[in-house]
Design a protein around this ligand. Structure first.
Ligand SMILES: [Zn+2]
Ligand SMILES: [Zn+2]
Length: 256
């Protein structure tokens, strides 16, 4: 199993366990044999203040762990050309995760008809394109993964709706976008959430990513310790996909 997890929330983010602090996460991940992890709270968690980012880095440094810990941020596209993070503020992080479909957050453009898979598909691909075109994006997180909180379907219905939506995505356009992502070194997240949310049809999408030489980023998107462990759900999927070390997106090491 790969020992990376580049999408982890701390208690700074909403809906997170209040004990889920940086030092606890690092200790927990170290004990279970992880090699490199990334702390990625939502950009707004820092209130646009660089001093709060410095504080997070200080906490990481003070942990003195044996694993490598990076500090990223999760941002999202509000509209086609509008990311939620200021690009100067983005430069304070090691990498930026860009979410194209944070429909549960205020100010994010939503599909006009949430119950119509064709309409949702058109919106998802449009925002996926926006995330890839955004100059500060390092990884597009959970593209085409629909959240049960937003759609409110049963697990069964959800799986059918999701696969129907993917059938309405124009393949040629998708391939062009993946080629653009590969060219720019942008990764695509693969997270245990797609399994948890019963959207196994997305395995074909991850297969296509690999065919187009797009790197996959492993991220749990955990909001508590239990979710950190759910990363293990990915193990059989990565095996089926034939994912090897060279297929994975990892943050750049800056050399000064
Ligand atoms: Zn997200
Ligand atoms: Zn997240």
């Amino acid at each position: 199993m790969f020992t990376y997890d580049y999408h982890i929330h701390t208690r700074l983010s909403p809906h997170t366990d209040k004990h889920h602090s940086i030092d606890k996460i690092i200790r927990f991940q170290q004990d279970r044999g992880m090699e490199e992890i990334g702390i990625t709270d939502h950009d707004f968690s820092y209130g646009s203040r660089t001093k709060n980012v410095d504080l997070a880095r200080k906490t990481i440094d003070e942990c003195e762990s044996s694993i490598s810990v990076r500090l990223g941020a999760e941002s999202h596209m509000l509209e086609y050309r509008v990311p939620s993070i200021d690009i100067r503020f983005a430069a304070y992080f090691d990498y930026i995760l860009m979410a194209p479909n944070h429909y549960h957050f205020r100010g994010v453009a939503r599909p006009t008809r949430l119950l119509d898979p064709r309409n949702v598909a058109a919106h998802e691909i449009h925002m996926f394109e926006a995330a890839i075109a955004c100059p500060i994006t390092d990884v597009v997180v959970h593209p085409f993964v629909l959240s049960p909180e937003v759609f409110g379907f049963s697990t069964e219905e959800f799986s059918d709706f999701g696969s129907e939506m993917m059938e309405h995505i124009e393949q040629k356009r998708l391939i062009n976008l993946l080629d653009m992502a590969a060219g720019r070194g942008i990764g695509i997240e693969i997270s245990p959430k797609f399994i948890k949310y019963n959207q196994r049809h997305l395995i074909e999408f991850y297969q296509l990513c690999l065919e187009r030489e797009v790197k996959l980023m492993i991220g749990s998107d955990a909001h508590n310790a239990e979710e950190l462990e759910e990363l293990g759900l990915l193990e059989p999927v990565l095996e089926v996909l034939g994912v090897a070390e060279e297929h994975l997106w990892r943050p750049r090491k800056w050399q000064w």
